[in-house]
Design a protein around this ligand. Structure first.
Ligand code: ATR
Length: 277
């Protein structure tokens, strides 16, 4: 039987856990596939995708900095990738490229299923308005929280993101607000850090008063990059969670798109946590 080819394309991509995650999904579901990682030159994304299709590739995950290019390359795009204007999952169908974005579903599934916090009716704070925030806002609205405040250092970017999602928010009866980091008012049940601030070692960009007692404080990063935010959250009485579960859950959604089978993501998340110590 022919083995189907998949990969993750990015730059950098060396530390990607996706090959390990998809290999475990394939083993546990009895699917025959090969998944590797490919370092793509910054000016070579489209050529790499076309070459992979010729090689027999069936689909790929896309990571930094190619998610926007991936969405633009597609011949067919899911609603959620259209809203995000970015894609982390491509599927190559006969003569066409389908682009989806599973990052938001990964985040929502990790919060609701794995962390056990239902989002419906809650007050959410999304910090950041770059690519990472854009990828998750639509699915967060679809979970029907009472409100989502998008707070960003540059207010105009938060406002743009909110404007783009206004129709969906109206449909789901979620109040959607844009703010800068200083103008934030009130406290929240869930706060999600989608900024790159921790990468540069900068302080957590919001005040501790944004945390309701027992709030869930979620950093979309994992490993050392998430530690500063998580320590800050715990020091202020919140429940802290890193983005490792989001990573596994977005992969599970991609696996479903490619293979039509939902893998046992909770088991694989527990194994990955144990591997990483
Ligand atoms: P990504 O794809 O990871 O989201 P990005 O699109 O460059 O990367 O977005 C980075 C996000 O982190 C932005 O929301 C950025 O704020 P600005 O829009 O004002 O640039 C935010 N960010 C980066 N460094 C930050 C810092 N030190 N404090 C607060 N926000 C920061």
């Amino acid at each position: 039987m022919q083995t189907d080819l998949y990969c993750v394309m990015g730059n950098p991509v060396e530390h990607s856990k996706s090959p390990w995650i998809h290999a475990r999904f394939a083993e546990l579901t009895g699917q025959s596939l090969h998944y590797d990682k490919r370092l793509i030159p910054l000016d070579g994304f489209e050529a790499a995708v076309r070459a992979f299709i010729v090689e027999g590739g069936r689909g790929c995950n896309i990571t930094v900095p190619f998610k926007f290019e991936a969405a633009a390359l597609a011949t067919r795009t899911s609603e959620r990738a259209l809203l995000a204007q970015a894609s982390n999952t491509l599927r190559f169908d006969k003569g066409s490229i389908f682009a989806d974005n599973t990052d938001g579903a990964g985040l929502v599934n990790d919060i609701q299923r794995n962390a056990g916090m239902a989002l419906t009716g809650r007050r959410l704070l999304l910090i950041g308005a770059g690519g990472a925030a854009a990828g998750v806002l639509g699915p967060l609205i679809d979970a029907r929280p009472a409100s989502i405040s998008v707070a960003n250092r540059t207010l105009a970017k938060a406002s743009d993101l909110v404007t783009r999602h206004a129709a969906l928010a109206l449909l789901q009866k979620t109040e959607l607000l844009a703010s800068d980091l200083q103008g934030l008012e009130g406290s929240f049940d869930v706060i999600i850090n989608a900024t790159a601030s921790s990468l540069s070692g900068a302080a957590v960009p919001v005040a501790a008063s944004t945390l309701k007692p027992g709030a869930l404080a979620y950093d979309m990063m994992y490993g050392p990059a998430a530690q500063g935010f998580m320590t800050w959250a715990r020091e202020h009485g919140a429940v802290a969670r890193d983005g490792l579960g989001m990573l596994v859950e977005q992969a599970a959604e991609a696996f479903l798109i490619w293979r039509g089978v939902l893998p046992p993501s909770q088991q694989v998340l527990a194994e990955l946590r144990a591997t990483l110590g």
